[in-house]
Write a protein that binds this ligand. Structure first.
Ligand code: ZN
Length: 129
């Protein structure tokens, strides 16, 4: 389990569970469709469950690391609140590119904040190198 400032995330055999201190939680697992499989591969993964866990981790880790903020999508989902479409697109897009950067599919090393975020994410996820 990874303890972040605003929540915890726990890897599950089928995906992940995010829990907030108020008792709400969000569980996620891979989708069984071609577009999901495309995204898994585009992010440098072969295992959809590992991709899913990393993706949910990025949802809660990146806003906290970059902006001291919570994930709009996970918070709203966990609390059965409406998701702002534009905020959702920005969050998903940032995470997509960040996951590609985590696996060296793309280079974001020109941005010191992303370099620091990658190093911390790898430390928390216990990835080597
Ligand atoms: Zn997502």
């Amino acid at each position: 389990m990874i303890q972040l400032k605003y929540c915890t995330i726990e890897k599950q055999p089928w995906g992940s569970t995010i829990r907030y201190p108020d008792g709400t939680e969000s569980s996620n697992w891979p989708h069984d469709n071609d577009s999901y499989r495309w995204v898994v591969e585009a992010c440098g993964h072969t295992d959809p469950v590992q991709y899913c866990y990393e993706h949910e981790f990025c949802h809660v880790f990146l806003p906290e690391f970059l902006f001291d903020a919570q994930s709009h999508i996970v918070w709203q989902n966990s609390h059965n609140l409406e998701i702002n479409e534009a905020a959702s697109h920005w969050e998903e897009r940032l995470i997509f590119y960040f996951q590609q950067y985590l696996h060296d599919v793309i280079d974001m090393s020109h941005d010191p904040m992303m370099v620091a975020a990658k190093a911390r994410a790898k430390e928390l996820l216990e990835y080597n190198s």
